[in-house]
Design a protein around this ligand. Sequence first.
Ligand code: NAP
Ligand code: ZN
Ligand code: ZN
Length: 350
Amino acid sequence: MMKVRGYAARDAHSPLTPFDFERREPGPDDVRIEILYTGICHTDLHQVRNHWGGSMYPMVPGHEIVGRVVEVGKNVKKLKANDAAGVGCMVDSCRTCSSCVQDLEQYCEKGVTLTYNAKERNSEQLTFGGYSEQIVVSQRFVVKVPESLDLKAVAPLLCAGITTYSPLRHWKVGKGQKVGVIGLGGLGHLGVKLAKALGADVTMITTSPEKAKDARRLGADDVLLSPDPDAMTRANSSFDFLLDTVPVGHDLNPYLRLLKRDRTLVLVGALTALEPAPFGATFVGGRKSLAGSGIGGMAETQEMIDFCAEHQIVSDVEIVPIQSVNEAFTRLEKNDVRYRFVIDMASLQH
Ligand code: NAP
Ligand code: ZN
Ligand code: ZN
């Protein structure tokens, strides 16, 4: 075992504080990574605060991880020492179920092993995430990061990037389609960039009028203010696809009305009750679908990173030292982030 320094939450209410723990020595299929940057996903806040129930402490959050490979096991071929590498939301799965064999490890029927707030497979050992100096991960769950990208702005691609890319690809979003991205935060700003790069006509649907200018700078062709009922009514039946990144339960009815007939709204944000529940009539009148999507498989995550390198897409980031992580959480809670906090892990040494 090797000693690793990180930051952990000890319960749902207290600030994160320094935490020393142990990780396994790399096995034959493992990659040991020195973590350079870790993004702060809204999920980190949900998990630390136990919004979804079942949180396990001590919890070292972080699943948007970028670093340099320090060491690889003897079976590892795709990466070598000094390569830039990324780790996202999962670190293991059963590898044999129908989802795993189809490269959809995130939907593993035996349960995916999350990067943190989970137990290692067949073990009581908790997994610990990227708010730490090093991580050891099986090669299947590590992606290669092209050196042409700015590493600190790559970190958020490992969750926010793949979570928006995967549904855009699955529902074949592209040229000639009008796409709406709901919520301009970490996921939303990458959703706009990716949908644009895929050729769609993109509208940012936001509750924040002050973000309109940013939305256009990020590539949005249009901005729709969701608190404006007249603007929403005018936009009814005009969208081919909607990607909903709102982190809390909310009224879906006004958004579903924006869809054309036979089109789909994909939920990636809220994992809790959607209140008020959507009306049957909003689906029935127009044969509309409501769907969900979780991150993306590892092969697709590599595809997304390579797509981002080709199109020079990275996240808009605000770099923070680990010592400011609690302040960053508070600001994230207040919707005060443009558009992703990323922790510079070098600050751990101070
Ligand atoms: P974020 O950076 O906080 O962005 C969320 C955005 O949603 C905000 O910037 C805001 O945009 C909008 N919003 C916030 N509160 C709202 C409210 N009450 N009503 C309407 N809009 C609201 O969060 P994120 O990191 O992008 O994460 C978004 C959600 O996705 C979280 O719940 C996270 O847990 C989830 N997530 C899911 C997956 C998955 O696999 N499905 C993966 C990663 C994250 P405007 O100011 O523009 O309105
Ligand atoms: Zn995330
Ligand atoms: Zn499986």
